[in-house]
Design a protein around this ligand. Structure first.
Ligand code: CDP
Length: 214
């Protein structure tokens, strides 16, 4: 599942994981952990060499794919404004993306079936995925949802951040955010979670996934 910030990926991925008995991975968390550690250690986030080095150290410390699922970091810390800003710089470093891509593939190999959310899952990491979704919504609706969900910041500031990150994610050179040609696109601007889930569940069933919990 790919799509821009606050499009509803996490909520729907978790619901799909529950319905179809899939393991779930939030790939953005890894980029956030690297950005968070860079800020803690005062490493400039636009220094590609230093950040790649940091990424290697974090991978070593957490024993490879452990970095993806590390619970050492509280989600609210990873979602603070400085991390939101730094993560865009970290995510455009090609060597960092290569490493995170390898970790995700390694993790997925050890799962029977899984659902992964991010920005380049259907385009770069798993171009042959069984089902691909590209979830989107207007920036205004996404900002409103995030303010309600996280109660962090004013609507105006969250909207600015959403637009800034969309721009950074869509216009970077390496693995820019774009819908895979064969992705099912869902614009959730005027849809309820139930309506989105109903479309997604139908698509998953059509491709042979079995419902284990309705
Ligand atoms: O939850 P939200 O949609 O706000 O963001 P996230 O999924 O936590 O991702 C944070 C940032 O990580 C994004 O803005 C991207 O810059 C980067 N990211 C990426 O480049 N590729 C991915 N597969 C996942 C996240």
């Amino acid at each position: 599942m790919d799509g821009p910030a606050a499009a509803g990926k996490t909520t729907t991925c978790l619901a799909l994981a529950r319905t179809f008995g899939l393991r779930y991975l939030e790939s953005g968390r890894t980029y956030r952990i690297i950005a968070f550690e860079a800020l803690q250690r005062e490493i400039p986030v636009d220094d590609a060499r230093e950040i790649t080095w940091l990424c290697d150290r974090l991978i070593l410390e957490s024993r490879s794919a452990g970095l993806l699922t590390s619970e050492r970091y509280a989600s609210d810390k990873l979602r603070e404004t400085p991390v939101n800003v730094a993560v865009s710089a970290v995510a455009k470093i090609a060597d960092v993306r290569r490493r995170v891509t390898s970790l995700i593939r390694l993790w997925a190999e050890s799962q029977t079936q899984c659902v992964i959310e991010g920005r380049d899952i259907g385009t770069t990491i798993f171009p042959a995925a069984l089902v691909k979704f590209y979830l989107t919504a207007s920036p205004e609706v996404r900002a409103m949802r995030r303010v309600r969900q996280e109660r962090a910041g004013t609507y105006e500031n969250v909207l600015k951040d959403v637009i800034r990150r969309d721009d950074a994610d869509m216009n970077r050179t390496v693995s820019p955010l774009v819908a895979a040609e064969d992705a099912i696109r869902i614009d959730t601007t005027n849809l309820t979670i139930e309506q989105v889930m109903s479309r997604m569940s139908t698509a998953c069933r059509d491709r042979g996934l079995e419902v284990i919990r309705s």
